[in-house]
Design a protein around this ligand. Structure first.
Ligand code: NAD
Length: 257
């Protein structure tokens, strides 16, 4: 199995419809812990508990006391070389679609024009009862003003939930159908920083493989698809993707469109 940045560059250059699928590991070099690597904040809490719809509904104070500091962190985090490399591949027409499980908004800030955010985003808040939408800044301001730390809807009084999809919630229909359509169109899929353990996203590489496409994976740890890869890279996403860009330059990478 091929395993160098140059091999990945070659595979991407030959793609008719290249698709990138990212997970939490693409953002760890920006300082955001993933779920499953050692040493992260999630070692001491159960994401299924603090990130579930049932906790949000039954104990909103618990939910917001855990999540409120993360909303401040969004303002200081920055895209890292892996996000920037993906955006560059899109600019050059090598990657046609970007699917992300991340909710941190870093792909958009790196210049990716329309990431398909299948697990939602931190960028807005929504009333779970009447559906009224407010900006992240407004949601955070209301949380800080509330005696119990829970932002509430000014129209109906119910608690505001961020645009992030919680455990126990449906995925946004338009995003998930766009992710399936992109995977069906793909002849090459590059997965960066996902353990590929969370459904339904974990089924997307299978769509590409079943229609004869090629799969490349770049993560630090193992995934269930490792034996099915055309190219398998290990190591830090930012470092490896920078090397992929350098290798593309050496191979005569097409100019930005
Ligand atoms: P995961 O935690 O299950 O797996 C992360 C993968 O990335 C692992 O294989 C790990 O080895 C790899 N990894 C970690 N750092 C890396 C690096 N620097 N370079 C290369 N690989 C690296 O993540 P997942 O598959 O995305 O599933 C977790 C769920 O948690 C997703 O639903 C996601 O929405 C959510 N989540 C998102 C964020 C975020 O938005 N930044 C952060 C934590 C969790």
């Amino acid at each position: 199995m091929a395993d160098s940045p140059r091999d990945l560059a070659r595979l991407l250059l030959g793609a008719r419809h290249g698709v990138v699928l990212t997970g939490a590991g693409v953002s760890t070099e920006s300082g955001i812990p993933d779920f499953r690597s050692a040493g992260g904040i999630w070692e001491n809490v159960d994401p299924m508990e603090v990130g579930s719809l049932s906790t949000f509904v039954s104990a909103p104070e618990r939910f917001w006391s855990f999540h409120r500091p993360r909303f401040s962190a969004v303002d200081i985090i920055r895209p890292n070389p892996a996000h920037l490399a993906v955006a560059e591949l899109e600019r050059r027409g090598i990657i046609k679609d970007l699917i992300t499980q991340n909710i941190d908004g870093l792909h958009r800030r790196a210049g990716s024009p329309h990431p398909i955010e299948v697990h939602g985003t931190l960028d807005f808040g929504e009333c779970l009862r009447c559906g009224a939408r407010i900006s992240r800044e407004e949601m955070v301001a209301r949380a800080d003003d509330a005696p119990d730390g829970v932002p509430r809807c000014t129209q109906c009084g119910f608690q505001i939930k961020s645009g992030v999809v919680l455990f126990g919630e449906q995925l946004p229909a338009s995003a998930i159908s766009a992710a399936f359509a992109a995977s069906e169109a793909a002849d090459v899929m590059l997965v960066i920083g996902s353990s590929l353990l969370v459904t339904p996203v974990s089924t997307l590489p299978d769509i590409v493989l079943r229609q004869g496409g090629a799969l490349a994976i770049l993560t630090e740890s193992a995934t269930p698809y490792d034996d099915h890869c055309t190219v398998r890279l290990h190591g830090k996403a930012g470092v490896q993707m920078t090397e992929v860009l350098t290798a593309l330059d050496g191979l005569g990478m097409p100019a930005a469109r």
